[in-house]
Design a protein around this ligand. Structure first.
Ligand SMILES: *[C@@H]1O[C@H](CO)[C@@H](O)[C@H](O)[C@H]1NC(C)=O
Ligand SMILES: *[C@@H]1O[C@H](CO)[C@@H](O)[C@H](O)[C@H]1NC(C)=O
Ligand SMILES: *[C@@H]1O[C@H](CO)[C@@H](O)[C@H](O)[C@H]1NC(C)=O
Ligand SMILES: *[C@@H]1O[C@H](CO)[C@@H](O)[C@H](O)[C@H]1NC(C)=O
Ligand SMILES: *[C@@H]1O[C@H](CO)[C@@H](O)[C@H](O)[C@H]1NC(C)=O
Ligand SMILES: *[C@@H]1O[C@H](CO)[C@@H](O)[C@H](O)[C@H]1NC(C)=O
Length: 930
């Protein structure tokens, strides 16, 4: 699925009832079926495309053999959506009491009356009535939009991954069961239908209805099927080899397809090239369809990729560069899945990373081939790796490979560990092997396992065939080296200490709490000041191994500093002793940062903030060493710094004395950065400049930089009074701060809300405004904004409700209490409307992550104690309390230190230290010889 999995499957907790009612193993099907094909016929009648009915009829005919003797057949069917009418096995219509669906596991159990013969072929035929979901966006569901004439149009569309194919038709709904599907769909003649494959033939079954039969699909998993019955129209892109390429959406958005139509075929061509397997060998066409209501970001159904509108439709004048990048990268992500996921599929969701890690990796690295000037290879480190290193420090982080059984547990696998850590580990492997060998290994993996379902063993086996030990220098075989990176949670902190002329390198797990003693095979790369090719070589120069306590290296040349982890190619953090840190600090303030490249400057900043957080280094040192930022105007180190400051501000609260001191410090530090990206210096054609400009202005305005606020407010006024729309890239800044610093908040808010409702066809603008509307500090407005998430008529789509929530609690400190009160007052309605406790769980955790006082936590505790809460909400609220309490503990522990460092007087006249306090090891010069 697409990268905004967090909308779809968020840190949910396993439902206590579910676990009680069924043993975990009961959620799995016996692995004894060999399915040769499915024939699926669906009839979706005219009434179903109105508000009158949600029903359809279906017949599925499955041909299968058994590899082991049995007298029971198990497959999936969701009882809330599927009503069984008849079940026929081996030409025998079974009695009703011979079959039934388990409400908890969604497994349809069929008692076979006659014994089966192993390896014989049998037919299972099931007739059923199905129901489209209208309350969530999973399975076969209904979506709607208002057309150009103001008429509501309904469409029927699907989202099956990971466990929702069973809602649409009875099937073996596990990724490992693959078969070809022959599908026919009968639907109202005035509509049209998209499916994974092309239409084989079409007949008019009656005056109103048309029946279409599609080409059989390749052998594939059920979760990758998709159908869309709608009035969509399509735009055709360039053919890629023999592959027909189309982008489809509601007709009103036809003019917004150009970007996808141009970029999509390029991504497909680049992947044909990279994989050396032509997409056209398996599929004749690739359609990309934008669905008005969509739960994930996008979905890789083989031959028919589905997207949120925001990730497919773009307007050159109105939509920002950031959205352009999002569209290009999400297309790269889903296109990658056509090989990694669709052709070769993870055998079970415990290895979701075999799908999603690759998709996330190539999301950046294939898009990078098409848009090299965007530097996505470098952006990867900020957006993917830094993000997941942060969450992978938490004590209860999952391993990449971890057991899962229930739908909730499976849903949890679609989180940043499978995606971002998976991708970061793959990037590390590509650096260990060298890019050429890595790609050769991937080609072997795909060729060897085409149509199959894989475990990590198959990946390592294929890559092992292409190891060149003169490059990789492996201390053990590849599966051994990779084992702990995949099966253990967390990652190592590498420490470097100077001992005479030697450097002693050690590892331990970096963790905010806990005492895990895992060790890893760690590829070590480094650069010293005298290296001519600084930070270029990312193949391992040495290895730390689990069996040795330390590694000893002696650089052969004179050096005044050493930095480990070139280009942050290894998935780990690094710390140094005081002397070595001081050397780095002094290099960073020399001319041109003494050759330390921006990616490694970003690494140092990101590592330092994390080390400070984990109490591995003092905050005084963090600020001293990152002091160079006042003279650095590069995007990369500043992106990392803002993440670090953002954590501090969340912990201490922006409005506290300490928060104000942190804000003032950041504003001081970012002066040069701010000056480098003025409002009137627009450069839309330079991607990284534009990203930096938006980032810097967002922070400056948010922290109350006067010049920034004045500019934003005046551009907003110009929009409101004269209709001059702000530049597409500055809109987030202008809209948000226009409201945040408004002197007329109700009118300004209403004005922007009207712009929102008039932007029905432009998803990017709607999304920008959804965030901005949370920027007002007027609590009444925020409250009424949240209320709009409870009804469709308000204009806020269900898919956007969670974004409204996060806009409110992250917009301003005032929003936190408003969001909290709203959630606790309306949880029944919210849960009902969302039909999913997952969203409640995310919302409550998102809010409590921002609690800074004992009072707030107490309030939540009382709420849990006194309310008659649904079990699942109670459990996530309890977790939220734990998170908040551990955050408060963190603040308690660090508050004094931070007060000193940021020069905040403590109440009883404590002596404030200066910010620019001098580090310990001043003036030590380091010469490592031989
Ligand atoms: C499905 O088929 C049954 C039996 O033929 C029929 O009664 C019912 O109306 C059909 N439902 C739909 C939605 O067509
Ligand atoms: C199926 O039979 C084989 C061979 O007897 C046996 O090894 C395997 O464990 C059986 N599988 C299941 C799921 O019962
Ligand atoms: C399963 O759910 C249906 C519909 O909600 C209900 O009628 C039935 O009693 C449930 N069966 C079991 C075994 O809980
Ligand atoms: C799609 O919209 C265009 C105008 O943008 C219109 O000319 C065309 O008739 C519409 N097509 C359909 C099928 O509605
Ligand atoms: C395919 O690869 C070749 C050689 O590596 C390269 O020259 C060509 O530009 C690539 N084509 C695409 C579409 O990426
Ligand atoms: C880790 O800490 C827990 C309690 O904090 C303790 O029970 C456990 O024995 C410790 N494990 C090791 C390996 O030190």
């Amino acid at each position: 699925m697409g990268p905004i999995y967090f909308f779809a499957f968020v840190v949910a907790v396993a439902s206590a009832d579910q676990l009680k009612a069924a043993a975990k193993e009961d959620y799995r099907l016996p692995q004894i079926y060999d399915i040769s094909n499915y024939e699926l016929d669906l009839l979706v009648p005219t009434d179903t495309f109105t508000s009158k009915s949600d029903l359809y009829n279906g017949t599925v005919k499955i041909q299968l053999a058994f590899t082991n003797a049995t007298d029971v057949l198990y497959l999936h069917a969701h009882p809330s959506y599927i009503t069984l009418q008849t079940v026929t096995f081996n030409n025998l219509k079974l009695a009703k009491e011979d079959y039934g669906i388990d409400n908890v596991t969604n497994i349809l159990k069929i008692q076979l009356t006659n014994p089966i013969t192993v390896n014989n072929k049998y037919y299972l035929i099931i007739q059923f009535e199905g129901r489209l979901s209208t309350t969530d966006m999973y399975g076969f569901y209904k979506s709607s939009y208002v057309d150009a004439k103001g008429k509501t149009k309904y469409l029927a569309t699907t989202q099956f991954e990971p466990t929702h194919a069973r809602r649409a038709f009875p099937c073996f709904d596990e990724p490992g069961f693959k078969a070809p599907f022959t599908v026919s769909i009968t639907y109202p003649s005035e509509l049209n239908v998209l499916f994974n494959t092309q239409v084989k033939y079409s007949t008019n079954t009656s005056k109103e209805l048309t029946s279409v039969t599609f080409d059989p699909t390749p052998k594939m998993s059920a979760y990758l099927l998709a159908f869309v019955v709608s009035e969509f129209t399509c735009s055709t892109g360039d053919k890629v080899g023999s592959t027909i390429y189309e982008v489809c959406s509601r007709n009103e958005t036809a003019s917004l397809r150009d970007l996808a139509v141009t970029v999509g075929p390029k991504m497909l061509a680049a992947l044909n090239n990279l994989t050396a397997i032509d997409y056209g060998k398996y599929m004749k066409k690739l359609d990309l369809a934008a669905i008005p209501d969509f739960s994930a970001g996008a979905m890789e159904n083989w031959g028919l990729n589905t997207y949120r509108e925001i990730y497919l439709l773009w307007d050159n004048k109105e939509s920002s560069n950031k959205y352009k990048q999002a569209i290009a990268t999400v297309i790269a992500h889903e296109t990658t899945h056509q090989w990694f996921g669709d052709l070769v599929t993870c055998a079970w969701w415990s290895e979701t990373f075999l799908n999603e890690g690759f998709a996330e990796y190539f999301e950046y690295f294939i898009a990078h081939e098409v848009f090299p000037e965007w530097e996505l290879d470098k952006q990867f480190v900020l957006e993917v790796m830094h993000t997941v290193l942060d969450s992978d420090e938490l004590e209860n982080t999952q391993a990449i490979q971890s057991d899962c059984y229930t739908p909730t547990e499976i849903g949890n696998k679609f989180g940043d560990i499978s995606y971002n850590k998976g991708a970061s580990i793959l990037r590390m492997v590509s650096h260990i092997l060298g890019q050429t060998n890595f790609i050769a290994g991937l080609r072997t993996y795909l060729t060897t396992n085409a149509y199959a379902a894989t475990k990590p063993e198959q990946l390592w086996a294929a890559l092992s065939e292409h190891v060149d030990n003169s490059i990789s220098n492996l201390p053990a075989d590849l599966p051994t080296i990779m084992n702990n990176w995949i099966t253990k949670s967390g990652f190592p902190l590498i420490s470097v200490t100077l001992s005479g002329n030697n450097l002693i390198i050690k590892q331990k797990r970096l963790s905010l709490s806990g005492n895990d003693t895992t060790t890893w095979y760690v590829p070590i790369t480094y650069t010293i000041s005298s290296d001519s090719k600084k930070f270029e070589d990312t193949t391992p120069r040495a290895w730390l191994t689990p069996d040795k306590e330390y590694l000893n290296i002696t650089p052969k040349e004179n050096t005044s500093w050493i930095i480990l982890n070139n280009q942050e190619s290894g998935y780990y953090r690094v710390t140094y002793d005081d002397v070595l840190w001081d050397c780095i600090k002094r290099a960073l303030v020399s001319e041109n940062f003494d050759g330390i490249i921006e990616l490694n400057r970003a690494q140092i900043v990101d590592d330092l903030f994390s080390l400070g957080k984990a109490d591995e280094i003092s905050y005084q040192s963090v600020l001293d060493i990152t002091g160079f930022l006042s003279n650095d105007t590069s995007y990369y180190p500043w992106y990392a710094a803002f993440e670090g400051f953002s954590f501090l501000l969340r912990r201490v609260g922006k409005t506290s004395k300490l928060g104000e001191a942190v804000s003032a410090y950041v504003l001081g530090q970012m002066n040069a950065l701010y000056e480098s990206v003025p409002f009137n210096k627009l450069n839309d054609s330079e991607q990284v400049y534009t990203l930096k400009q938006v980032l810097a202005l967002t922070w400056a305005c948010q922290l109350g930089h006067e010049g920034c606020v004045d500019e934003a407010v005046s551009l907003f006024a110009d929009f409101r009074e004269n209709g001059t729309k702000p530049n597409k890239n500055l809109r987030t800044v202008v809209y948000c701060n226009g409201l945040r610093y408004s002197s007329n908040s109700t009118d300004d808010w209403e004005f922007l809300w009207n712009v929102f409702t008039e932007s029905e066809n432009l998803a990017t603008e709607r999304s920008t405004i959804i965030s901005a509307l949370g920027c007002t500090t007027d609590t009444e407005l925020l409250k009424s904004y949240l209320e709009k998430t409870l009804t469709d008529e308000s204009g806020i789509r269900l898919q956007d409700a969670a974004s409204v929530f996060s806009a409110v609690y992250s917009g301003n400190p005032e929003g936190i209490a408003v969001a909290y009160d709203f959630l606790t007052e309306n949880y029944t309605q919210i849960a009902q409307r969302y039909q999913s406790m997952n969203s409640l769980s995310t919302l409550i955790k998102g809010i409590s992550e921002r609690f800074t006082t004992q009072g707030e936590v107490k309030k939540l505790q009382d709420f849990i104690a006194n309310g008659d809460l649904p079990e699942e909400f109670k459990s996530s609220a309890t977790q939220a309390v734990e998170i908040a309490q551990s955050n408060l503990k963190w603040t308690e522990k660090f508050e004094d230190e931070l007060m000193d460092v940021f020069d905040v007087p403590k109440s009883a006249g404590a002596v404030a230290k200066s910010l620019v306090s001098v580090m310990l090891a001043v003036g030590v010069s380091l010469f490592l010889v031989r």
